[in-house]
Design a protein. Structure first.
Lengths: 696, 164
């Protein structure tokens, strides 16, 4: 069973996420019956899975949840905040249990309490409902009929309409299996076979695949387009002839009535099926024929479009492709030396294929940012309830893809930013009204691609950041002097919130202050080779813009030689390359500097900074100007060797604590070259890098 | 740590030389032995870390064992080898003067380190193995990269002179 645990965890997580989404939707639109149904199905699947895995407590809880949802589906109570809260609580408890599968037993009390609560709602629900139990079955059936009707697509509607013109009638066939029936899928298959003798199966509820996989309780409903002159009684007899069939109810399909019921039940499904010219003769029939074809395809077993792969396997694949590319470079170099035309042609082929392969493999690592965004609607809802504010979160661009490792690491910074926006960006309702703003605050969370970057932004329409207040606080905290504050522009002042030491508490707390943990945000974004930008207008709102690289596995670097060693510097960190002559170099406080476009630029010898040698007099010095945050320095190197894409290899865990080195890569000739981490190099005191900053 | 070596009566050890001492590591921990190759230096790492090498696409750290044991720096020679060992699921290279042989030792032949040494440096020395008139220092590699301790071999061999 253990080996299925990962699969269980992955799927359970998806179902829970799905339920959360549905709940949020239901809160907005309590009449969204399809969301209830979706949630019910998720709960049902989760129950089944937990049962198979032997997680009895989860099974019990999801069972109660399922029952309540089922009652709600056919009941009259709309999902209100109280009910949503209860369901959210249940989802949370299930999540908690799933996260602590090894200590499952310790939750038995919680589960019992929760079960009790769920049952109380169920009883209430049952009391509201006036229909006596025997009819409930039929009602449940008609509920399914309604569902099927609503799910019909245009082709199917056309088809049924045309069939009606030809005098072929359609029926809902509701089939009940005997309690405790084994081989449910076999029985339903036999039912299906019988149906096909009598006509054409248009749609089923639950969907065909779920029936085949026994994902239904005891009954299922089929919409059958009967053959000319079909006798419903005969059909009924035939189905009842199958073993373990308890009951068969056949009701005629009345398109108009069904449609009315369906559109009444759902405000959401605005596009009715009544459009489309009825009886347009030949054209209509042709379309019906086409519809038949489409349907035969859709009715067949839906082929899985995705495959779950362990991330470790993916990483191994990426690694292998990295190897392949390194060796390709090597072979290409050798080929050039041989100067054989045929060899070169085949090398070009090889190069094309490997480049494509690299691209394809990199896309495998890309995942939609949705994975991170998904948890935010719930979070913002809770935060705004806690704070007693009305906050609307609008998410866009959640399909934007980026590297898995980055997706995994931007969650926390985004939580910080959103929390700040809710707690301190958006004003209390009263204040908003006074300012003439909409009482409900809006936070936009957005992601999009921009060249080889992904831009993620969090924007609120709240009070904005007051540069003067920030300056005051910075002076208070001794981050800047009063004179510095005077000379500082607004944008620069606002950036002070990112400085460490600006916020009072360094730790992330439940109650955030503007600036709490903002330096943490900045550091984690920079650790990903990203940048953060703040735009804020007092009284109008603030926008935090994160710019992140698409992938961390392969980066563009500039190769430089310092002494005997070659180092790779990420292009992101490089501002420009210069050649400096000795007479341009000045000395300030024992440090070398040059004046570059009226700015003082500290110069460092890379060899010296890395502790790999000393500065040597030369006729001309190649200089790489790099920047991290607002610090800009020049590094004197011995040779600029050109740009190269490199595959990043992480250093062994024994030595990965070294700042200044971001990783290593293997060159075409098999030697290892270090990739420098410019931010680390500039910040770590062990590296002897000039401290003068150009911005002062 | 003493794992299989006690269950099985015999252990196989890879024997190598540093300066004039002979050392031994459990063969189960040794993955391969390479000739000395170019090592990329790693700035600001511990002084005994020689740098990193490329082992079939994997970048692994290499430790200069002479420096680790505070022995005088040696010249790289034709016999210089890098022993690739597995420590806590990671590969690490160890630079040694030469690799001499693979020996079978009865597990009882490995004695705990001399008492005065044992008190302070049990972490790195597993014991002393006796083979005929030779004494082998049996290393416990698990701590070779993590312990901050400075190892002075003199103290290990103080009680009995190891070399003939």
């Amino acid at each position: 069973m253990e080996e299925y645990k990962d699969l269980f965890l992955a799927e359970a997580h998806e179902y829970l996420q799905n339920m959360t989404e549905c709940l949020l939707e239901l809160e907005k639109d309590p009449a969204a019956l399809e969301k209830l149904t979706e949630m019910f199905r998720a709960a049902h699947s989760l129950k089944g899975m937990s049962g198979t895995m032997g997680y009895e407590l989860i099974m019990k809880l999801t069972h109660e949840m399922e029952s309540l949802l089922d009652k709600l589906r056919s009941g009259k109570t709309a999902v209100n905040t109280n009910l949503a809260n209860l369901l959210f609580e249940t989802v949370d408890l299930v999540q908690l249990m799933i996260d602590n599968l090894d200590k499952l037993e310790s939750f038995s009390q919680d589960v019992a309490t929760m079960e009790e609560k769920l049952r109380r709602w169920q009883d209430q629900e049952a009391a509201v409902k006036d229909s006596p139990p025997p009819e409930q079955a039929i009602e449940a059936g008609s509920d399914k009929e309604m569902f099927i009707t609503r799910e019909l697509n245009e082709f199917e509607k056309e088809m049924l309409k045309d069939a009606a013109f030809r005098g072929e009638r359609s029926y809902f066939v509701n089939v009940w299996l005997r309690e405790g029936s084994l081989l449910k899928s076999v029985r339903s298959y036999m039912v299906h076979k019988v149906m096909e003798r009598h006509g054409e199966v248009i749609k089923t509820f639950p969907p065909q695949q779920d029936i085949e996989e026994e994902k239904f309780d005891l009954d299922f409903t089929i919409l059958l387009l009967g053959k000319q002159g079909l006798d419903p009684d005969e059909l009924k007899r035939n189905i009842e002839g199958i073993a373990e069939i308890e009951r068969v109810i056949i009701t005629p399909f009345d398109r108009d009535k069904q449609h009315k019921v369906a559109s009444m039940a759902s405000k959401a499904s605005a596009s009715g099926g009544a459009q489309g010219g009825s009886g347009k003769g030949g054209a209509g029939v042709a379309r019906a024929q086409a519809a038949k074809k489409t349907m035969n395809v859709t009715l067949g077993r839906t082929v899985e479009k995705t495959v779950r792969v362990e991330t470790a396997k993916l990483d191994a694949l990426v690694n292998l492709v990295g190897e392949l590319i390194i060796n390709r470079t090597r072979v290409l170099e050798l080929g050039k030396q041989l100067q054989n035309e045929m060899l070169e042609t085949s090398h070009e082929q090889l190069e094309r294929i490997t480049t494509d392969l690299q691209g394809a493999v990199m896309t495998l690592r890309m995942v939609p940012i949705k994975q991170v965004f998904d948890r935010f609607p719930r979070m913002v809802r809770d935060l705004s309830l806690d704070g007693g504010k009305g906050v609307k979160l609008i998410i866009s661009g959640e399909e934007t893809e980026l590297d898995r490792t980055i997706v995994n690491q931007i969650g926390d910074p985004l939580v910080h930013l959103l929390r700040n926006a809710v707690d301190h960006g958006i004003e209390p309702e009263e204040e908003r009204k006074r300012k003439g703003k909409d009482p409900v605050g809006v936070i936009h969370l957005e992601a999009h691609h921009e060249g080889s970057h992904v831009v993620v932004s969090v924007e609120d329409d709240g009070s904005g950041i007051d540069p003067d207040k920030i300056k005051e606080k910075a002076i208070e905290r001794k981050l800047i002097s009063r004179e510095e504050a005077g000379a500082m522009g607004d944008d620069e002042a606002i950036r002070l919130v990112l400085q460490s030491g600006f916020s009072t508490s360094a730790k992330v707390t439940d109650v955030s202050g503007r600036g709490v943990g903002m330096d943490v945000v900045k550091n984690s974004i920079e650790a990903l080779n990203g940048t953060i930008e703040i735009k804020s207008k007092l009284g109008k709102g603030s926008k935090f813009i994160l710019r992140l690289p698409l992938t961390l596995a392969i980066i563009r670097t500039l190769m430089v030689r310092a002494g005997e060693e070659i180092y790779a510097i990420p292009i992101e960190a490089i501002r420009e390359n210069l050649f400096v002559e000795p007479q341009e170099i000045k000395t300030i406080q024992q440090g070398r500097v040059i004046i570059l476009r009226e700015e003082v630029l500290p110069l460092n010898c890379l060899r010296e900074s890395l502790g790999m040698g000393t500065f040597k007099e030369q006729e001309v010095y190649p200089v790489v100007v790099v920047q991290a945050g607002d610090r800009k320095v020049g590094f004197i190197v011995d040779e600029l060797m050109g740009q190269q894409e490199v595959v990043i290899k992480s250093l062994s865990s024994f030595i990965d604590g070294i700042r200044g080195v971001a990783g290593a890569t293997v060159l075409g000739d098999g030697t290892v070259t270090l990739i420098l981490d410019i931010a680390g190099l500039l910040e770590d005191r062990r590296f002897n890098v000039g401290k003068e900053s150009v911005n002062h | 740590m003493i794992d299989k070596s006690e269950a099985v009566a015999e252990v196989q050890m890879v024997v190598f030389r540093l300066e004039s001492e002979e050392f031994a590591v459990d063969i189960n921990q040794v993955k391969e032995v390479l000739k000395m190759s170019r090592v990329t230096p790693l700035p600001q790492s511990a002084h005994y870390i020689e740098g990193v090498i490329n082992l079939r696409g994997e970048v692994i750290p290499v430790v200069d064992l002479r420096k680790r044991f505070e022995l005088p720096e040696g010249k790289r020679a034709e016999q210089t080898r890098i022993i690739i060992v597995e420590i806590q699921d990671s590969n690490v290279g160890l630079i040694v003067d030469s690799v001499s042989e693979v020996l079978r030792l009865s597990s009882t032949a490995v004695q705990p380190p001399p008492a005065r040494v044992a008190g302070t440096r049990t972490d790195l020395i597993r014991g002393v193995g006796k083979v005929a008139d030779r004494l082998l220092i049996v290393l416990n590699l698990d701590k070779i990269l993590t312990t901050e301790e400075v190892i002075l071999l003199d103290e290990v061999v103080l009680d009995e002179p190891l070399h003939k």
